[in-house]
Every structure is written in C-alpha cells, then in structure tokens.
Design a binder for this molecule. Structure first.
Ligand code: SF4
Length: 450
C-alpha cells in the first residue's frame, strides 16, 4: 500500500482496477446471472421510450421490465429485470453482449449495470473505488498479481461519474468512530501488508489491534480517547511488539475442529436457498471428500455428533491437503488471501460494523470458508498426490501453480457471488458467529489457525 490517502480531490483505486476491462464474451460468467438487476427511474424511462416503436419491443419491454412495488422502492430500485428461467438476463445475446448497450448505447444502461463490478465511496473530496470479486476477471487481477492492492490514482474522467456510491464520509458532525476512518484503516492495511511475517501472523496483529482499541472505539461509544487510539496505532507499528506477537501466535495450538464445525454449519445452513452457481462449488468439494474417503456417508457434515465418522474424515483430509499445499506454495497462497483481506479493509468500511472486532470476525470467517473451499477443490487432487509422493520438481511447479491459480479464481468469485452479494446469508453468518460463546480474540485466533 504505497499511496497515502489524502483528502484532496482525486480518485484512488487498487492497481488491479486501474487497468480492468470487462472481457464480455471471453468471460466464464455473465455478471447478472441469478441476480435481480435493479433499474433506476431515469433509465427505465429511457428504455421505455426507445422500445416503444415496435410491437415486438413493446411486448419485450413489458415482459422483462417490472416496476418494483415493495415498500423500500426508491429512484435507484424503481424497477427490475426479470431473469430467464435459466437465471440469465433476457437482454444478453449468445456472445454475452448486452442488447440494450448494443442498440441504444451506454446511456441506456441502468446505474447498477454501469457500476458493476465497481463499488464507489466518497471520503470528503476523495473518491475511492474497489471491485467485487464476484466478477471472475476482477478476481483474477486482484488475486494473481503481487502488487494488485497497491493504491494508485486514477486519471480524471476514467470513472463513470454516475456510478452508484455505497459509502459516504462527509467529514462534518461525525462521531470519532467515523472521523478516524483514514487513520484506523491505514493502520489495518499496513498490518496486513507486512510481508516479512506469514499472513496468519499479520491477521493476528489485526485481531490484537482490534481487541485492544474496541473497548473505547466503537460505534456510539462516548468513552473515546484520541490518546489511547494514537498509542495503539504507534504500538502496533513497533517492530519489537510485532515480533513478540508473532512468537506468541506461533506458540498457540493449531486445533481446527472449532473452525471446521463453524464452516460446515455455515455452508449447510442455507443450502436450500443458495444460488446454483455457489451450490455447484460446494457440491464438488463435498463429493470430493466422499471420493477421497471412499465413503457413501452423507456429506456435508454439519453435525459431528450425528455423523462423527465423516466429520473426522473431512477434517483429517482437509488438514493433510492444507499443509501440503500451504507448505509448498506459501507465498502464492498468502498472496491470494492477503489481497482479498486488503480489498476488504479498503472497500468494506469497518464503520458498517459496531466495532473493529466484529468487522475482523466477518473477514476471518470468510477467509476460513474460502480456505476450506480452495483446499477441497477437486482440480487440486493430482497436485496433492504429487506433493504427497514428493514428486514435484521445479518444472512441474509452474504448471502446478497455474492449476492452483485457476482453482483460487473460481473459488473466490463463486463464493463472492453466492455469499457476499446475499445480505441474508451474511446476516445468518453473523448470527451463527454471535452464538459462539467465546472471547472474541480467542474466536479470531481459532479461525486463523484453520
Ligand atoms: S463478470 Fe466481469 S468480466 Fe464477466 S461479463 Fe461481467 S463485468 Fe465483464
């Protein structure tokens, strides 16, 4: 993270986004598949006028664009597009190009379509943009380049000024929790970016920082002391303190049963209502464990008491795969998860959560789920076997890393589509975590040991 976040008028983006282009027909997805795409009022009127000149267009307009009749209707979610039975957008052609864009131009694209996969925020006069990893091309750029999360300034005019703004920090009349966004966020970004430590230790620093400042630094807290916050920021930039914390983290027992159970519970809780796309990713992981264990036992294993055998088997197999892959590809794997974490702290403001501990927990559980799904990916079976047999030379490593990269991109983008865009799912996860009656720092540490 090399660019300081100043408050001058400018637009700051992570490097991966500065050169991002939609790859349209070459993409493995169509962005809007299975989603309800909102149409803002202005765009609705423009499309209606442009599609009023023939009966076919008028019929298609009526069939595919519906007015929103819910209570939360506003100018942004004024109407929506009805998906085809297969979940696709009815305006996408076979080459995955948008008919509205092709026939009427970009001015007829709704704000949602014009913004995606970007997400814009305003901090005073400064604009910040990140992107959702639900777009496979974004996931590729964000995860696979070592410098993807370097913050750079975008030339004026490169950003669509109408892009939807999801976060605004005006700078006036704010509580300290909101007012110190830049300072606190920069400290967190700095901790995640300390590549001289393993990623798990860096995230442990984040957990300890959150644990230390949260009692006096939370939403609506009147006990705030700027001196204590400043002391913490300084302490957590001291190399000696960080080395001590790293040593402390290394001493902690690596038990994974807590995190495994939590991950399985979360993944199974909403099975009936998750998208087909995410379901396919889950199914292939569970089928893989059945295959590897030569078992016909029901998988998933959300309840070790009901089915202790399959739960233990999954745990053992996961642990073996995880250590083989992590030991050989430490740097690459840390890079995926570090870049994902940096994108999170930069783009998903902690001010949305009641305190930093809750915000860190939201990230750490996502990381644990992503690790489970990545290391369980069946495309990695041949690589795991090669590693177990010690048969991987320098030559094979290159193609092995390609396989790992592909599995990572698929895992992250499908997870993002299935979970990060589903507010009900995210809420359920929060509730599941809140039920775990445990000290927050212990919970965070156990998730990091997964
Ligand atoms: S998912 Fe991303 S790359 Fe694919 S079509 Fe949508 S914006 Fe383009």
């Amino acid at each position: 993270m090399t660019t300081d976040m100043t408050d001058a008028p400018c637009c700051i983006v992570p490097k991966y986004l500065a050169t991002f282009r939609c790859i349209a027909g070459a993409c493995e997805e169509d962005c809007c598949h299975d989603w309800r795409i909102n149409i803002d009022q202005n765009t609705f009127k423009k499309i209606k006028t442009s599609m009023s000149h023939s009966k076919t267009d008028r019929d298609r307009f009526r069939q595919f664009l519906k007015r929103n009749s819910s209570d939360d209707k506003d100018t942004i979610n004024y109407a929506y597009i009805t998906c085809r039975p297969d979940g696709g957008c009815p305006f996408l052609d076979d080459g995955k190009l948008c008919e509205i864009h092709r026939r009427f131009g970009p001015s007829h694209l709704s704000l949602v379509c014009r913004s995606y996969p970007r997400k814009k925020s305003l901090v005073g006069k400064r604009t910040e943009v990140v992107a959702f990893l639900s777009c496979p091309e974004v996931a590729r750029r964000c995860l696979l380049a070592p410098d993807a999360m370097e913050l750079v300034e975008l030339e004026p005019g490169r950003l669509d000024s109408d892009a939807i703004c999801t976060e605004i920090k005006s700078g006036t009349g704010e509580s300290p929790y909101h007012a110190y966004l830049d300072e606190v966020r920069q400290s967190l970004l700095n901790l995640v970016a300390l590549i001289q430590f393993p990623l798990a230790s860096r995230l442990f620093f984040v957990a300890c920082f959150a644990d230390s400042v949260s009692p006096a630094f939370s939403n609506g807290n009147s006990e705030f002391s700027p001196e204590i916050l400043a002391e913490n920021i300084e302490a957590f930039s001291d190399p000696f303190t960080l080395r001590e914390l790293h040593a402390q983290f290394e001493q902690i027992d690596s038990r994974i049963d807590f995190a495994m159970l939590l991950v399985q519970r979360i993944l199974t809780a909403r099975l009936p209502s998750i998208s087909d796309n995410f379901r396919a990713l889950l199914d292939q992981s569970w089928k893989n464990y059945n295959l590897l264990a030569k078992s016909n036992a029901p998988c998933p294993a959300d309840d070790p008491q009901r089915n202790p055998e399959i739960f233990t088997t999954i745990q053992q197999l996961y642990q073996r795969r995880c250590s083989l892959l992590q030991e050989t590809f430490t740097q690459r794997i840390d890079q995926y998860f570090a870049n994902y974490s940096l994108n999170y702290w930069f783009g998903e403001w902690y001010t949305r959560s009641p305190d930093l501990l809750v915000h860190a927990t939201k990230l750490f559980i996502r990381l644990a789920i992503l690790r489970f799904l990545l290391f369980s990916h069946p495309a990695l079976n041949p690589l795991v076997e090669q590693l177990a047999a010690g048969k991987i030379g320098r030559k094979e490593r290159e193609s092995a890393q390609e396989a790992l990269d592909q599995a990572a991109v698929e895992t992250f983008y499908r997870f993002s589509r299935g979970v990060e865009h589903d507010p009900v799912y995210l809420d359920d996860i929060q509730q599941t975590l809140a039920k775990e009656n445990m000290e927050p720092l212990t919970k965070l540490t156990l998730l990091l040991k997964f």
